[in-house]
Design a protein around this ligand. Structure first.
Ligand code: SF4
Ligand code: SF4
Length: 385
């Protein structure tokens, strides 16, 4: 039975986080490292923004993880991620500064990855995708610590342990994967393939302050007061437990549904051995993304189901640029897998005919000038979901 440890962690006070992370390492029996082992700590640094925005893994969690690794003999520790957008040393450096990683490296002696190299890695167990380009510090690591943030996500509903590993794919190769797998279920299969390739030895989830609503960057802070951790065999179970805590069953999170289908994840929390503090009650009013699509055609008779299939893409939520707030930076166009955004006269414009509704543009807009809008009937039908 996969194990997941849960520790009540009410604040980012360094001493409290350090105690919590130390307890996770003890409960899971994380072993000593050889001083030569290359250990990569992979936070969620989705964009250049301060920790208070709750889009990125809090530096207090990363610092506590680095210190636990060092206490177990690890000497070659690198903090690495590929945020959204271009993957260059300058962009990495700016992201490390803004997210607090540079300060963590300064205090602990861990290295920051500033090389923009990557290489192709084959995953024989891949069900859909067997070759991935992966950033060097992950491809070369002996042990990866996946330090994710609990967030809702406009496309995948949940961002936690499995989704965080998408940042192992360098820069603009991420939108290419969105374009290759525009369908949510296929995208989820690809993400599970990637997680099987990376096989993080340990996942530590920052759910002290989570993000609810239009995550992974446009939502709002929601205090949960928890950290969670699991070794690789509990990666999917960790997502299952935290998804359940915010009211999402595996049927509503495509990566979890896929992991359950493949036998990588139990289909309920009763199949998980919980360690540490008791699982808190479900947060019933945790806000879901506005993009949450309805899928009720399966329960309708044939002709009606066909009508709904035709209507759904026309009614479903889509990104909408708020012109007055757009600063014309072009990040949305750069990240759009369908190349359907142009910036003219200093304002972004979307050609909806080609839009695959991946919401990468919404995710990457630094000034949150892209809303997710749906027609009123969809908003009405979406109520309470
Ligand atoms: S919508 Fe946002 S990301 Fe796109 S050009 Fe405008 S400000 Fe930049
Ligand atoms: S416009 Fe936005 S949602 Fe549509 S394909 Fe481009 S990035 Fe994805």
């Amino acid at each position: 039975m996969p194990q997941v440890s849960l520790i009540k962690t009410e604040s980012y006070d360094p001493a409290e986080v350090e105690r919590a992370v130390a307890r996770h390492f003890e409960l899971l029996g994380v072993e000593a490292f050889s001083p030569d082992a290359r250990v990569t700590v992979k936070p969620n640094l989705i964009m250049r923004c301060p920790p208070e925005r709750t889009a990125t893994t809090h530096p207090a969690v990363i610092e506590a993880v680095v210190r636990q690794l060092q206490a177990r003999g690890a000497r070659r520790i690198t903090i690495a991620d590929s945020p959204g957008g271009l993957y260059t040393p300058q962009i990495l450096s700016a992201a490390y500064e803004a997210t607090g990683m540079a300060a963590v490296a300064g205090r602990t002696g861990a290295s920051l990855n500033l090389s923009a190299g990557s290489r192709n890695v084959h995953v024989a167990e891949g069900a859909l995708c067997r070759d991935f380009d992966v950033i060097d510090p992950v491809a070369d690591a002996d042990f990866v610590v996946n330090c994710c943030k609990l967030k809702t996500h406009c496309m995948t509903t949940l961002s936690c342990g499995v989704k965080n590993l998408f940042g192992c794919v360098p820069g603009l190769l991420k939108p290419q994967l969105h374009y290759r797998f525009p369908d949510g279920e296929q995208f989820a299969r690809m993400l599970v393939d990637l997680s099987v390739l990376v096989k993080p030895g340990l996942t530590v989830a920052d759910a002290v302050d989570a993000m609810e609503g239009d995550g992974p960057t446009g939502g709002r802070r929601r205090h949960v007061g928890l950290t969670a951790a699991a070794k690789y065999d509990g990666l999917y179970a960790l997502d299952l437990v935290l998804a359940g805590l915010i009211g999402l069953g595996p049927d509503r999170v495509p990566m979890l549904a896929e992991a359950v289908r493949r036998g990588l994840c139990p289909d309920g929390v009763s199949g998980v051995e919980l360690l540490g503090d008791p699982l808190p009650p479900v947060i019933e009013d945790f806000l879901m993304p506005a993009s949450k699509k309805l899928n009720f055609s399966g329960s309708l008779p044939g002709p009606l189901a066909k009508a709904v299939d035709w209507l759904e893409p026309r009614l479903a939520p889509r990104p909408k640029v708020r012109e007055r707030d757009c600063v014309g930076c072009g990040r949305c166009a750069e990240s759009c897998p369908a190349k359907t955004i142009t910036v003219t006269g200093g304002k972004a414009k979307i050609d909806y005919a080609k839009c695959i509704r991946c919401f990468c543009c919404h995710e990457m807009c630094p000034v949150r000038a892209i809303d997710i809008r749906s027609v009123p009937v969809f908003r009405f039908l979406s109520k309470g979901r």
